[in-house]
Write a protein that binds this ligand. Sequence first.
Ligand code: SF4
Length: 105
Amino acid sequence: MPALMVHLPSPIAEFWDWHLSAACRDADPAVFFHPDNERGELRARRARAAKQICQRCPVRTACLNYALDAYERHGIWGGYTEGERRTLRRMRDVERPLASTPPGE
Ligand code: SF4
């Protein structure tokens, strides 16, 4: 009888290991995700505070890549706001159009 070969996906913990070293592990999530209707200087100040944490984060690249690949629509990830990530995604999509189709499209 031939051996049954099963290919399982990588353990999910492996995918999320970078979180363990995140500089924001103990930070208030409200710094990274704006409340409804936050605008102007309040929003800019909150985003700057989040970006300061991200600047010293050892897993910033992994975080940003995750957010771009997952089409994270909210929050500061990898030191970039939602709008900044949209720009990065558009630039990336121009460079590799076949590999970056959003899920469900
Ligand atoms: S880059 Fe910023 S949002 Fe991402 S894990 Fe690091 S501190 Fe958190």
